[in-house]
Design a protein around this ligand. Sequence first.
Ligand code: ZN
Length: 332
Amino acid sequence: MTIKKRINKWGPMVIDKLGFILNPIILKFNNENNHLLIYCFHGLYESVAQKDLNHIDPQNNITVSQLIEFIDYFLNLKFIFIKPEDLLGELKKNQTYVMITFDDGYFNNSLAIDVISKFKIPIVFFITTRNVCENKSFWWDVIYKYRSQKQVSLEKIYNELAHLKQFKYPEIEKYLVQNFGTICENPWSDIDRPFNSEELKYISENDYISIGNHTHNHAILTNYSNQEIKEEIEESQKILTELTGSEPITIAFPNGNFNSSVLNITKQAGFRFAFTTKYNINTIPQINNNLITLNRFMAQTNNIQKYGSFNRLNYNGVSLFSNIKHKIISNV
Ligand SMILES: [Zn+2]
């Protein structure tokens, strides 16, 4: 075995073990005051058995009990859970903060509502409006479920997803229909379906829930022209405002992709906060009239006890604990 192979094999395990011992010591001397950790979640499973049904790409999804462990972890550390609107008011200084966001608009996210109601903590849902309006599964899940039904390897599936991310949604949809047929975007169950309009309207009335924009077509905005970026954002904004009765002040960029044009258009559209997937801690931002971009960590599919201390030290660790040996991609 070459040295490189040895490092690849044992490196993460060593860092994992060392971190488990060293991170709590380092964190004792590390001032976390005014830090805001924001996490990006996707699908939620009632149980591990639901995961095994393969109705959605599992790489970013967790079970309800893992969500509870996540909340417990931060509550025990005296972190305060906040929502974006809280940043516009006065927050106590010398405190530590955490925010939970869910991307895409999966109906299975309604499993989180009982949990947050019990703990009395807020949550943000970023919604892809076309899926909600047309009851369509998310395109990456369509690829995942049809390919895994045919026992295609994970590596091949994820390469296919990565390839498709270069395109705009109409081209991706054309590809889906060509490969899997005209009804391939029909959901298979409550696991892979999006919220519907009535459900979204209903949950938006919950004081613990904020609704944010995630474009109309889950558009990877850096693939689009300026005019198209504007349309993607505005269409979603119009639908969400009509449904919920208030205009979202937050947007999460699909797949985390943005550039200066995307930021300018977002700013002109009047958003206050743009959520990225840059894996960094935020410090509580100074509020001004400009668009404020916020970093997010990816919630991982294992226990928060394993990766929480790494994130609090501003280390991403996404690939560190993954069992998947190929390049990791995330369908944010
Ligand atoms: Zn997304």
